[in-house]
Write a protein that binds this ligand. Structure first.
Ligand code: NAP
Length: 553
């Protein structure tokens, strides 16, 4: 182990670890590995750090987890010196924070920007990965860490005629770096997930006219965003030890909040309504924490869903528009719940119209508009808020070949299979941060990122101390974990929604519930226990020959 790369006999740079991606996961991975004395190279396809926050620059983009919690906890100094300006920081501020972290910890010197990792091939004789990047270079790594993010592969929908549109077409997940001004334009937004719901009110404020094309109505809770005062920041900082501990060990989703002590039907109508009202007024994702059975019981869930549908009817003046905006296709919370600023009220504006493309699907995009089965709409600009090939999409873009030339895409053809979301059998020395099979997108991502990075860094230090160079998930352990992830998911209402958690937004993608829903606290405990038992379920060896002997005997 050395902090500097060596050169292989073929003249290739050889690193202890290659990290793919310089978002929040890749940056912290680099920090930890460098601190442990490993040689590390990070490749990032974007021109800067920040991952999803580098690409998602659409109007209104902000985090749906409070910034005092959606921030690194590994450095006390960082935690004290960075002042978030609002309860939910806007995207430019989160990106500024990511850049600040990169500068403060001098991370850039080990990151190569504007460079994609195209290929990673495992060499079973040398126990190393041969990694090829988009600039044509090839290097060797003992370990590869995929810090590629869960929502980083923006998906353009296959809509007939899209290429023929004469005006600008933007995707929320891959927004231009220049300012986009919709002033005076007739704009169409397709998609009403979190990105659509955040961008619609802002675009409506600029555009001459905005048409929102909705296929599925979504539940959304007001953010109640506001500037953070010094006092509020101080209160957080004083309580950070408890807040961070709670987020890591107690909360199911890695967010500090007051936890419910009962089910929705344990309260009478009036009390229940008051509780929902209080959560609605407080705002944000923790609305779903009003009761402890909202994700488990349809009858309980219906009470929360009815409450939100009632709010939509109160806010939206036109009854037909209100009816269309009321979600009815899935239990509340089983698709990622949205957090908005004035989304529903935006439909009271004279320059905004809602079009139901479930009833009247889009037939074709035309050079100057869009035609549904019912009508033609003239448009000057199009915004695709159509989401991502989530969780597996970014990994799938890399040609990853493990033992016997098996590609990860082939292995995952019927759905991703991992042990703990961290490793996949047949792909030794390849780690995934917040991979499918871990809490990932069902949690405050930074809490989950820090947990995975710490686990991987500790694991590599353990291996180094023991003279081990090979690690692989055992098939039996992986099979059991995959079964457990499914079992836990199917005990909830989540699989009832056609969500991107299930891969349902991508035609042809296998329908498998991808994240682990058992909660971040439980999951952390499982990971820690496995590590304490000498990484149970992972085969470790000093070299390939030792592994072969172990397998034969
Ligand atoms: P999304 O939740 O997948 O929403 C995509 C929207 O586009 C849906 O309304 C979908 O309709 C529609 N759509 C997709 N393909 C379509 C087509 N061919 N024709 C018509 N409509 C189509 O994507 P997203 O809004 O980008 O959000 C993805 C995730 O990113 C969120 O769930 C969240 O986890 C994260 N995110 C977070 C924030 C935040 O922190 N505040 C902000 C943005 C995103 P259907 O529902 O009918 O498929």
């Amino acid at each position: 182990m050395s902090a500097l790369p060596s050169i292989s006999p073929e003249g290739r740079k050889t690193y202890d670890v290659v990290v793919v991606g310089a978002g929040f996961a890749g940056m912290y991975m680099l920090y930890r590995l460098r601190g442990a004395g490993f040689s590390v190279r990070v490749y990032e396809q974007g021109g800067g750090v920040g991952g999803t926050w580098y690409w998602n620059r659409y109007p209104g983009a902000r985090c749906d987890v409070e910034s005092m919690q959606y921030s690194y906890s590994f450095s006390e100094e960082l935690q004290r010196e960075w002042d978030w300006s609002e309860r939910y920081a806007p995207q430019p501020e989160i990106l500024k924070y990511a850049n600040h972290v990169a500068d403060r910890f001098n991370l850039r010197r080990d990151i190569q920007f504007n460079t994609r990792v195209d290929r990673a091939v495992f060499d079973e004789t040398a126990n190393t990965w041969t990694v090829t990047t988009s600039d044509g270079n090839t290097m060797i790594a003992s370990f590869v860490v995929l810090a590629t993010g869960c929502l980083s592969n923006a998906r353009r929908p296959d809509i007939k005629g899209l290429e023929s549109f004469k005006g600008p077409v933007y995707h929320t997940g891959n927004w231009p770096h220049e300012v986009v001004d919709f002033t005076g334009l007739r704009v169409g937004v397709i998609g009403t997930g979190s990105s659509g719901i955040q961008s619609v009110p802002v675009i409506a404020g600029q555009a001459r006219h905005l048409t929102v094309f909705q296929r599925t109505a979504n539940f959304s809770i007001p953010a109640r965003n506001a500037p953070l005062t010094d006092q509020e920041r101080q209160a957080f900082r004083q309580n950070y030890p408890q807040i961070r501990r709670f987020a890591r060990e107690v909360a199911r989703n890695g967010i500090y909040t007051d936890l419910p002590d009962r089910g929705a039907l344990d309260d009478g109508d009036e009390r229940r309504r008051a509780k929902y009202e209080q959560r609605w007024q407080k705002g944000g994702l923790t609305f779903m924490y009003a009761y402890n059975d909202l994700a488990l019981s349809k009858a309980a869930n219906d009470t929360a869903a009815d409450f939100v549908r009632g709010k939509i009817a109160e806010i939206v003046k036109d009854p037909e528009t209100a009816r269309l905006l009321q979600p009815n296709s899935h239990p509340i919370g089983t698709k990622r719940i949205c957090v908005d600023t004035d989304y529903f009220a935006t439909f009271n504006r004279d320059n905004v119209a809602l079009v139901d493309i479930k009833a009247n699907p889009i037939e074709e995009i035309l050079p100057n508009g869009l035609r549904t089965t019912a009508k033609t709409y003239e448009l000057d600009a199009l915004v695709l808020a159509t989401g991502f090939d989530a969780m597996t999409g970014s990994v799938a873009k890399i040609d990853i070949r493990g033992r016997n030339g098996l590609t990860l895409n082939r292995k995952w053809a019927e759905g991703p299979k991992t042990y703990l979301g961290l490793m996949s059998t047949g792909f030794p020395n390849l780690f995934i941060i917040t991979g499918p099979g871990s809490p990932s997108v069902l949690s405050n991502m930074i809490v989950s990122i820090e947990q995975h990075v710490d686990w991987i860094a500790d694991c590599l230090a353990f291996m180094h101390a023991k003279g081990l160079s090979l690690m692989e998930a055992e098939k039996d352990a992986e099979d059991k974990w995959v079964a457990h992830v499914n079992e836990v998911a199917h005990a909830t209402l989540y699989p009832q929604a056609n969500s991107w958690y299930m891969g349902a937004n991508i035609p042809g993608k296998p329908r498998i519930f991808m994240p682990y829903i058992g909660g971040v606290g439980t999951y952390r405990q499982i990971c820690n226990e496995i590590a304490a038992k000498g990484y149970e379920g992972f085969a470790m060896a000093a070299n390939e020959r030792e592994r072969a002997v172990a397998v034969i005997s």
